[in-house]
Write a protein that binds this ligand. Structure first.
Ligand code: TXA
Ligand code: MG
Length: 353
């Protein structure tokens, strides 16, 4: 099939393109669309065949559930049961926005969409194209990130095209996304609100609304790179994800030590005939030798780091480097989310200096 690219990056949004995309969804087809976090690969969430097509297009294991995207709070009520009061509080505080809530499901959403689970993950995206598509199609849209399984999530329509061209009907190109990391996922099915995947909405922001919040012990790593707790509750957090083709190591410590160590490692690798990449900030980039250096952003502007992370990982894939050394980015607000993704890309490999 030929994947149509529908350009909706200019305001006002081209409603004709939204209609075309809506028709595809209503007929059981797939459309990639922008959200404020990353691009999603959408299908009708109530159509089990559409969900199966999503897994096939991504090459994703079918036990890894999809997020259902909605445009009105009532749609959450339509598909859930035993909805706790915290859902309304969190929706009032953060929707539309980068927060996904896991709640008990009723029969409206099929098991194909939830990977066989009795719970469903739901979010209301804060992006005008996404909301227009949900409203115009009348569909609740099941959408994982629109990348091939195992590749970095797409933050631009061109990333989606690289991975899924020929496999889906259309891509709504809404320009580069805003945040660049996937939504925070919270589980509301237990007594205490639990973070299953860190994101832009951090623990402090959640606590202000609902009081006690805990982190899924399955995603808290110790210095040895292992978790104390059981396996992560979100199935997707169990897989090695966001993996660049090159071998990535994070080097953590004071700025000068990090730069000296990376330069030394780069020199050794280059001597062995390896191509080296370094992930640096605008302030440090000029101090690296023997490597292809890419600037992720400005350390004082953590949103820039989140915004560029996946694009940089994809760029290194194209540059065909063999090893990548990265500085660490444990920034104040989004640091947990940024490091969660970077550590996954590195298979938890960190060198403390
Ligand atoms: O920002 C986002 O959340 C993006 C955009 C497109 O909305 N979507 C996204 O979807 O990141 P995906 O499929 O790449 O990641 C969904 C994550 C997976 O880790 C999955 O295992 C988890 O959500 N998940 C989905 N339903 C769940 C459930 N019922 N219980 C626990 N985890 C669930
Ligand atoms: Mg994903």
């Amino acid at each position: 099939m030929i994947t149509k690219i529908l350009d909706v990056s200019e305001e006002p949004i081209n409603i004709e393109y939204i209609r075309q995309a809506s028709e595809i969804l209503k007929n059981g087809g797939l459309v990639a669309f922008p959200t404020e976090t990353v691009y999603g690969l959408g299908g009708d969430a109530t159509d089990k065949e559409a969900s199966c097509k999503i897994y096939a297009a991504k090459g994703r294991p079918s036990d890894n559930p999809l997020i259902v995207h909605i445009a009105k709070f009532e749609q959450l009520q339509q598909i859930s049961k035993d909805l706790p009061k915290t859902a309304k509080l969190l929706a009032d505080a953060f929707w539309p926005g980068p927060l996904t809530m896991v709640v008990n499901k009723n029969q409206v959403i099929p098991y194909e969409t939830t990977g066989g689970l009795d719970t469903v993950a739901v979010r209301m995206p804060n992006n005008p194209v996404a909301l227009a598509l949900i409203n115009e199609s009348g569909c609740m849209i099941a959408a994982p990130s629109a990348n091939t399984s195992g590749r970095p999530s797409p933050t631009k329509a061109s990333h989606v095209y690289e991975d899924l061209s020929g496999k889906i009907e259309a891509i709504l190109d809404g320009g580069p996304v805003d945040i660049g990391l996937e939504s925070t996922i919270v589980d509301l099915t237990e007594d205490v609100v639990t973070i299953l995947r860190p994101g832009y909405i951090n623990m402090d922001m959640l606590s202000e609304v609902v009081g006690e919040v805990r982190m899924d012990p399955g995603i808290v790593y110790n210095d040895k790179g292992t978790t104390e707790g059981a396996k992560p509750k979100a199935p997707g957090m169990r897989y090695k994800h966001y993996a660049p083709k090159a071998d990535l190591t994070i080097v953590d410590g004071s700025e000068d030590k990090v730069i000296t160590t990376i330069n030394q490692l780069s020199k050794e690798a280059t001597a062995k005939g390896k191509r080296v990449g370094v992930i640096a900030t605008s302030a440090t980039a000029g101090r690296y030798n023997d490597a292809k250096v890419l600037i992720i952003g400005d350390r004082a502007d953590e949103q820039s780091i989140a915004h560029n992370l996946y694009d940089i990982l994809r760029q290194f894939d194209e540059l065909d480097v063999d090893v990548i050394y990265s500085e660490s980015f444990a920034t104040p607000k989004m640091g947990q989310a940024i490091m969660n993704r970077l550590l996954k890309a590195a298979g938890q490999k960190t060198l403390k200096v």
